[in-house]
Design a protein around this ligand. Structure first.
Ligand SMILES: [Ca+2]
Length: 263
């Protein structure tokens, strides 16, 4: 019997900004909306022209520590292909209190998702990039193993495909770090940047946060592998659903996790 995912925290859009530790969106708006697209309630983070950022940070009731592994999964959409910084593993403190302002950082820029490792000394290293389509949901998964020496690591997946696997890096700053999601950039101060987040959750492995909407329907959530067995059993379903189904479910249930465990 396979072990079901251990989700440690979820950001419920019904809680609004209260799902997070704090927000940085003065002049903008963090709210809950619904598009009737199957996602139910979703977070809306709207940065109007005239301010640099609209971000939500941390997880209500949770702290983060060195020598730990965290995985976050979330659906993300942007109104433009230039939302700039959309995720920061942001260090606490300012100036000299920090050695790394944001060890792991993700941007949507020029129609691409771009991932950086930012080493001490503000040394930016591009570690992965992939095409980004504004106006569509993308499933993002980020895992960070925190180390204040150079033995940390992180991974980024988008829509079931690994974009980044980086090892031998420093992922925990002197005063600690905190996740931030949203849209930020001085270069986009003059324009509206609007982003949306759904199904944001925290776990200890990728499997914990790799459960979401495209692969299965409501009522079958608890056991995605069982759904895949059903899909294989009914070939038409798989054909109708197309390669996204099979790719998504293979990444979720294949690769050594076995088909026979019933989830
Ligand atoms: Ca939702």
């Amino acid at each position: 019997m396979a072990v079901l995912a251990a989700v440690l925290w979820t950001a419920n859009p019904a809680s609004g900004a209260g799902a997070f530790d704090y927000t940085a969106c003065d002049g903008g708006q963090i709210s809950t909306t619904i598009w009737n697209d199957g996602h139910g309630d979703i977070f809306s983070l709207n940065k109007p022209a005239g301010i640099d950022r609209c971000e939500a940070a941390g997880a209500a009731g949770r702290t983060w520590s060195n020598n730990s592994t965290y995985w976050w999964g979330w659906y993300f959409d942007t109104n433009s292909d230039n939302a700039q910084t959309v995720f920061q593993w942001k260090s606490w403190g300012t100036g000299d209190q920090q050695q790394q302002n944001y060890p792991v950082l993700m941007k949507v820029e020029g129609g691409r998702l771009k991932v950086w490792y930012v080493a001490p000394g503000e040394t930016w290293q591009s570690v992965g990039t992939t095409a980004w389509t504004a106006g569509s949901w993308h499933k993002l998964e980020l895992g960070i193993t925190t180390r204040s020496d150079n033995t940390g690591s992180f991974e980024v997946w988008m829509d079931g495909t690994k974009v980044v696997g980086k090892t031998g890096v420093r992922t925990w700053d002197d005063m600690g770090n905190n996740p931030r999601w949203g849209t930020y950039g001085t270069g986009i101060n003059g324009v509206n940047s609007h982003v949306w987040i759904d199904d944001l959750k925290l776990g200890q492995s990728r499997a914990d946060v790799d459960q979401g909407r495209p692969c299965f329907r409501s009522g079958l959530r608890g056991s995605p592998c069982a759904v895949m067995i059903t899909a294989w059993g009914e070939g038409t379903l798989l054909r109708i659903s197309g390669p996204h189904w099979s790719q998504c479910c293979r990444s979720r249930c294949g690769a050594g996790r076995g088909w026979g465990g019933g989830g």
